[in-house]
Design a protein around this ligand. Structure first.
Ligand code: DON
Length: 330
């Protein structure tokens, strides 16, 4: 994974052909396995593969099954965290959930030994706490509030997959156990079953790779959806969210991801990955075969290729940086 050290030439810099090549180069890759601990996730078509890239000026480039619907799962954690920061403020959120990479699996039953809080909002313990924060503020309207924000980021009205929700609600005892431990350490205040149910619902929201790209582009565009013009998230909440996506968004793979891909991102066991190139674009990928850490194998490979080809790594010398800053320099 060497960065793209050559300045792009006219012939090599067609975004359409680069996205299309990232898709065709991974299409035959059948490595990995579907998540099956949520029974309904084991029933999806393993061969689907879509990539979408949405820029902050509204351009959309797609390849493959970019409009195929799947459940957002853990990708929701980034957006709900952004919402919680806005609802109660950074300090109140930090009192209940940290921002340190855990180095553990997404569903690990472990808290930061120094603080007794969940390590970060991208692992299940942290995300269930964040759902609890939204529930504390919005009560019975919490799911609708989440759905409204995620829909605003995608630029269309999203819906929930009832059968995946029921499947996780029937089998999600590990998350319930985490919920009760969170209640025990004081990170959760409300009724545990209702908070965990809310978390299962947020994970069951249906999206496409195109939605994830547009949601990423909304974060890249400091919270304003580039297509609809709606200000969906506050600027400071977006900055804090991108920081934890960068350091914790792919769980115990986050260090390798930062090293090789270098884009704030969030993965989900449904097979989606959402990446954000600040002030430039969002990327969404969908392919449901996962590695042992719960990340989409073709998705990770596609991100690596797009990052290299387009010079998107945050520390790549060919990443020309913020279009906002450039507008002052040009
Ligand atoms: O809590 C769970 O187990 C799922 N609803 C979400 C986990 C997930 O997506 C982890 N991501 N890779």
């Amino acid at each position: 994974m060497e960065g793209n050290l050559k300045p792009p030439t006219e012939n090599s810099f067609g975004i359409e052909s680069i996205v299309s090549a990232a898709h065709s180069n991974q299409l035959a890759n059948q490595a990995g396995a579907l998540a099956d601990y949520i029974p309904e996730l084991a029933a999806v078509d393993p061969n689907r593969f879509g990539i979408a890239l949405a820029t902050v000026d509204g351009k959309l480039v797609t390849a493959g099954d970019a409009d195929h619907h799947f459940t957002i799962q853990s990708v929701s954690k980034a957006f709900v965290y952004c919402l919680a920061l806005e609802l109660v403020g950074r300090d109140a959120v930090l009192k209940r959930v940290g921002v340190e990479p855990s180095g553990d699996a997404f569903n690990a039953i472990v808290f930061d030994p120094h603080t007794n809080r969940p390590f970060n909002p991208m692992v299940n313990a942290g995300a269930i706490t964040v759902a609890g924060i939204v529930r504390d503020v919005a009560g019975a309207g919490a799911f609708e509030m989440m759905l409204d924000r995620l829909s605003g980021a995608a630029g269309r009205r999203l819906t929930m997959d009832e059968s995946v929700y029921k499947s996780e609600a029937e089998t999600g005892h590990r998350n319930r156990a985490i919920g009760h431990l969170l209640r025990n350490v004081g990170a959760l205040q409300g009724p545990v079953d209702e908070v965990v149910d809310l978390y299962f619902r947020q994970c069951s929201i249906l999206v496409t790779a195109t939605d994830l790209a547009r949601m990423g582009a909304t974060l890249a565009n400091i919270g304003e959806n580039p297509t609809t013009g709606r200000q969906v998230f506050e600027l400071t909440a977006v900055r804090n969210t991108l920081a934890v996506m960068f350091t914790c968004g792919t769980y115990d793979f986050s260090g390798s991801w930062a090293y090789d891909v270098g884009i704030p991102a969030k993965s989900g066991v449904g097979g989606g990955i959402c990446g954000v190139v600040n002030r430039q674009l969002g990327i969404g990928t969908y392919s449901p075969r996962l590695d042992t850490k719960g990340n989409s194998i073709r998705g990770v490979a596609a991100f690596r290729e797009l990052g290299d080809e387009l010079g998107l790594h945050v520390f790549d010398c060919s990443n020309v940086g913020s279009t906002y800053m450039r507008s002052f320099l040009d």
